[in-house]
Design a protein around this ligand. Sequence first.
Ligand SMILES: Nc1ncnc2c1ncn2[C@@H]1O[C@H](COP(=O)(O)OP(=O)(O)OP(=O)(O)O)[C@@H](O)[C@H]1O
Length: 594
Amino acid sequence: MRTTVSGAWRLLVIAWRANRRKTVAATVLMVAGTVGNPLLALVMGVMTDAVVSGQVGAAVWYGVAAAVLTIVSLTFAHFSQIFYTELAELAEIPVVRDLILLSNGSDGIEHQERAEYADELTVLQRESRGLIGALESMFGVLGLSLAAVFTAILLAGLNPVLLLLPLAAVPPLICGRWAESRIDRAKTDTAEPTRAALNLFRLSTSARFAGELRVFQLSDELRRRHMREWQRASRGLVRSYGMAAAVRTLGQVIFGLAYVGAVLLVVREAITGRRTIGDVVLVIVLATQVNQQVTAAVTLLATLQRMGSMLRRLDFVRELVKVDYPVPVDQEPPARLTSGIELQDVDFTYPGTGDPVLSDVSLSLPAGSSVAIVGENGAGKTTLVKLLCGLYRPTTGQILVDGTDLRRIPAESWRRHLSAGFQDFVRFELRAGEVVGLGDVSRMGDDGAILGALSRAQGGDVLARLEHGLDTQLGTSYTEGTELSGGQWQKLALGRALMREAPLLLVLDEPTSALDPQAEHRLFESYAQQASQLRSSTGAITLFVSHRFSTVRMADLIIVLRDGRVVESGSHDELMRRGGLYADLFSLQAEAYR
Ligand SMILES: Nc1ncnc2c1ncn2[C@@H]1O[C@H](COP(=O)(O)OP(=O)(O)OP(=O)(O)O)[C@@H](O)[C@H]1O
């Protein structure tokens, strides 16, 4: 019950914040519409008595009143609907905004690895569309509560025993609530197969994967898997819907028996002359209305309960993404790096997994240096990059930025001083200028800055081929959209990474994997020039991950990772002289290119 009441209250607050005038109008119309019903029953009762006793004039007036009340009941609820549908559209915005913020607005991304978070988010995304129905229910319940009070007063006036009639409404209510919780539980239990099925659906319908799916003839296999997951989810849901329907029917049957009893009671009193025919009409109409009120209340309360659960889920996810800060977050990043970034005895294990991915990593990245990280697949390179970006926190050990624990620097501030290009970059389907400009939102409209970043990213050739230059709409989601090759998309992503001209740390995690070796080489040469300027202005560190040793050798410091541990570090010449893993890998690749 608490979920329903608090859900209704929160909905009212959401509606009020969305638009006060419309909230008041919707409430007044809805209340007037529903309260008209019990009044109509009263008028019909007295009208019947007037007819029976031959008072023609009074009977006509009562008839007119009954007609007016009927029109009010029928139309006001309808007009109210116009207001709350509009309200719901407005109210949905903050809820959706909350969902987006919860998915992407938190400091780290640990929570996104957690299954319970993903499950809750799946249900939330599905349920958030139910806001229109929920607002309707909230106003409906408001009107029904008032109507129920009126009805109870009228019934008590006839015979206090009839007050038991609204009480008979309790079993259907309890049954309805139980049914709704059962459905809610089933939704949580089936969130995982639902998510898997949706992912498979997206995979099967996205143009991006179409080529691979065709070549490997995977469409049947994906369809089979999709069907299996969907059936797994549906089985659980259908079972719960069936049980819920049976229990709801049981509640209605109990009420039906009470209804018949109430009518018989007043009919018997009328036969003995203690009640008028009008009273019989009144009780028949009122009892019918109580039945309608109860049926409506069960449905409306179920919707409200569902929305209450959704809002509670939102709170749960909000709690989940909250980071507890073991140290005070009270430092700002330096304006320029003087000593650099140091990792001290850093261990890291992904949340929910057992094996450490990084162990005992101690490193010093000097201010103004370019650093390359190399290692085999799965060695932990990307993980190290994510720790430096503050997307995860070390499980033990610490990262110091010019001597300050990174945990003491607010994530927001640190990110303002970072820039990054990732291997799995995002293909934003926007205008070309925006795709690059997103790297520094404050200068998104600055074509000069965008062109500068693109030229540093060696992306001038991509722009030259676009019909409307920076204004070209990209992506296949648009009729007019131009599709780019993987390497062209990557050059724009690189441009995005180079939009911020004075970051303290620039991270390039295999940002050139889709480029040919010459393009990658040219890019890093050009970047090396820029880096030397940055070195003197901000002491920036450039950290890049690459499997191409012709690029790696240009770095001031090369770090070699193996199984999450640093096995070697030094300049190219030092590492070659040492003749260890780096020298082996370098020679192997040089051989292959010969
Ligand atoms: N989100 C995650 N949750 C759990 N384990 C993960 C996650 N991401 C990576 N791992 C594991 O951490 C290890 C290191 O992965 P990481 O991506 O850091 O390697 P990498 O050196 O960048 O590899 P590659 O060269 O293939 O990109 C791998 O064993 C991987 O399975």
